[in-house]
Ligand binder design. Structure first.
Ligand SMILES: [Zn+2]
Length: 412
């Protein structure tokens, strides 16, 4: 008989946690390191202790809840996510990954199953980055992407620091971040996008997280009066800029299925109805699944911008402002997820994550993979965020079997 998690219990836990910071519109507002965050943390840890787990906390407040395996010398097979939310967040973003992990443990307990490697469920501090920047703070410190001191010094809008707020809610632990062993890491998460629902698929086997390159582009021409200046004698920065903006989308379209190109910010100078624009600044956001493809997109947009500059005689500057490499997940973890979905009879498809997750940082230290389940209309970071209990249960079952695959079931 196939081992399955308890769908109703998982749902009940999600609803109970969502009560803490619940909003009138059915969402959740539980910002990192607030009193509500503490209540959420205390609730989840209480459940973990009831399930017989031991708890370790590190200096940035990441929490690791452990179910021992037969062999204490093996590094734990870990799962987790975050329980902080956006100010107008939903019930499932992050919370699902943590409570799916807890449900895995409860299921193993129900059936008296011992694993070879220990099983751990983690929740990472301040994933959302809404109250304190940077985002994915706890997992970032864990992966040494930035220092504990940098994270501690981050302030909210009232000038309160991460260190003080962590201490105030009682969640500065002893363990040095990153010292905690991880044998492999799986994170279950709602997709936060529309692809699975659009395809009518239950499980997304996440193969990679998209890399991102951000640019500021400046086109400089000459301001002039919109009336007396004939069309042939203009140096119209906006007309040249819009050609490049169109190309940002065209580059992404040439790099399907995973290429993305977005112009989200435009400043026109002097922004006056009867003045030919003298200068335009705009942002360009390029994404793709591998650094090689992202490099090709980079080369194409730069070549196009240079060509447009030459043709128009205007100055075009393209300046890269940030670069986050693509993160491929480990082949063994990806296939453990795929095989679990297959064995359980769920429809599944390979997919990529366009958003950041704690798994991105954990992947720097350990083999990692992710499981996506659909959310209604692809909407997240919104109080109306919604997901089907059956989909959440399916993702949790995949998590259970992928973790068992990595941890090994102890047999006499
Ligand atoms: Zn999340």
């Amino acid at each position: 008989m196939t081992l399955l998690i308890n769908e109703a219990r998982l749902w009940q836990s999600l609803m109970s946690l969502a009560d803490i910071g619940g909003t009138p519109k059915g969402g959740v507002c539980r910002l990192a390191l607030t009193d509500l965050d503490r209540q959420g943390r205390d609730l989840v840890i209480g459940w973990a202790r009831e399930a017989g787990m031991s708890v370790t906390i590190d200096q940035i407040g990441n929490v690791f809840m452990r179910r021992p395996g037969r062999r204490a010398d093996l590094p734990p097979i870990m799962t987790g996510s975050h329980i902080d939310t956006q100010p107008t967040g939903g019930k499932f973003d992050g919370n699902y990954g943590v409570l799916a992990g807890l449900e895995v443990v409860r299921t193993l307990n129900d059936h008296g199953i011992e694993t070879e490697a220990p099983i751990e469920v983690a929740f990472w501090t301040n994933e959302e980055g809404s109250r304190f920047v940077p985002v994915m703070m706890g997992s970032g410190v864990f992966a040494k992407a930035f220092s504990l001191e940098t994270a501690y010094a981050a302030q909210d809008t009232e000038g309160k620091t991460v260190r003080d707020e962590l201490a105030r809610i009682g969640y500065i632990g002893d363990e040095v971040p990153g010292e905690h062993p991880v044998g492999a890491y799986f994170e279950a998460h709602i997709e936060q996008g529309p692809v699975l629902e659009d395809h009518g698929i239950t499980i997304g086997v996440v193969e990679a997280v998209l890399g991102i390159r951000w640019y500021d582009c400046t086109v400089t021409g000459m301001e002039a009066h919109a009336g007396p200046t004939p069309m042939g004698l203009r140096r119209d920065a906006l007309q040249v800029a819009t050609r490049i903006m169109q190309e940002v989308v065209a580059v992404a379209m040439r790099h399907q299925p995973h290429g993305r190109g977005t112009v989200g910010m435009v400043q026109v100078h002097p922004n006056s109805r009867n003045v030919i624009p003298g200068q335009v600044k705009f942002s360009m956001d390029l994404r793709n699944v591998s650094n090689e493809l992202l490099g090709q997109m980079d080369a194409e947009i730069r070549a196009y911008a240079a060509q447009v500059a030459q043709d128009s005689g205007l100055t075009v500057q393209v300046q890269e402002v940030s670069h986050y490499p693509a993160v491929p997940f480990e082949a063994g973890c990806v296939s453990a997820v795929r095989q679990a979905a297959q064995a359980l009879g769920y429809s599944h498809m390979p997919c990529v994550s366009g958003a950041g997750h704690d798994a991105v940082y954990v992947a720097r230290l350990a083999p990692a993979g992710m499981i996506f389940v659909p959310c209604k209309d692809g909407i997240s970071h919104n109080e109306i965020e919604s997901a089907e209990p059956a989909h959440l249960a399916a993702g949790c079952n995949v998590l259970l079997h992928a973790m068992l695959d990595r941890a090994g079931v102890a047999r006499d």
